[in-house]
Ligand binder design. Sequence first.
Ligand code: DX5
Ligand code: ZN
Length: 231
Amino acid sequence: MSFDRTIKIAPSILSADFANFGAEIQAIEAQGADWVHVDVMDGHFVPNLTFGPPALKAFRPHVKTVMDVHLMIAPVDPYIDAYAEAGADILTAHLEAGPHIHRTLQAIRGAGMKAGVALNPGTPADAVAHLLDLTDLICVMTVNPGFGGQKFLDMTAKIARLRAMIGDRPVHIEIDGGVDPNTAPQVVAAGADVLVAGSAVFRGGSVSDPAPYGTNIRAIRDAAQGALQAA
Ligand code: DX5
Ligand code: ZN
């Protein structure tokens, strides 16, 4: 995985048909997805449950781009090797998931993956000030994690602060929650380069009618790129 700051759209398969993950992943990639975002929830760190390492291992052969795994679990460290074996390219842990995020990020890189750190809406940008050289991606949550389809929370000031803190470091800023063509421009203008979107990608389409996925992905990308050109 080489680093660049071009806009990347990462559909969240939390909004996919749970009986059809392989076909859904193939469909979103064929329709222009840059990465595939996989939301792992434990019913403890967040009030919802999704899937774990065996499911991800089954998704992996279908993912031709990047498997971007967002852990909403606590604790994280006992499971890092299992997610490496399942084939995660990027493994993101929440800063709020435990007292030793520094160790967690080291362990993720040690297991051969890119290391991401996610920030809940209430967590300030400065919480990652001493982690910038240990991380490959900072995920700014623009909803409280746990569910798709929630209302976007404005984190523009946090994103801009992170972008300034990152400087020339090869660290992605990913936005997760409520991203659609209306909200994408402001987060990209503030410095984000990876846009996760669940409901705004999957709405209106299906594996038997995947063209709306492409229309939706293009609408988000065009809105985001428009904001960059205007800047
Ligand atoms: C929320 C998840 C998101 C979610 C986004 O906890 O981390 O990835 O799927 O869904 P939308 O785009 O519908 O807000
Ligand atoms: Zn997510």
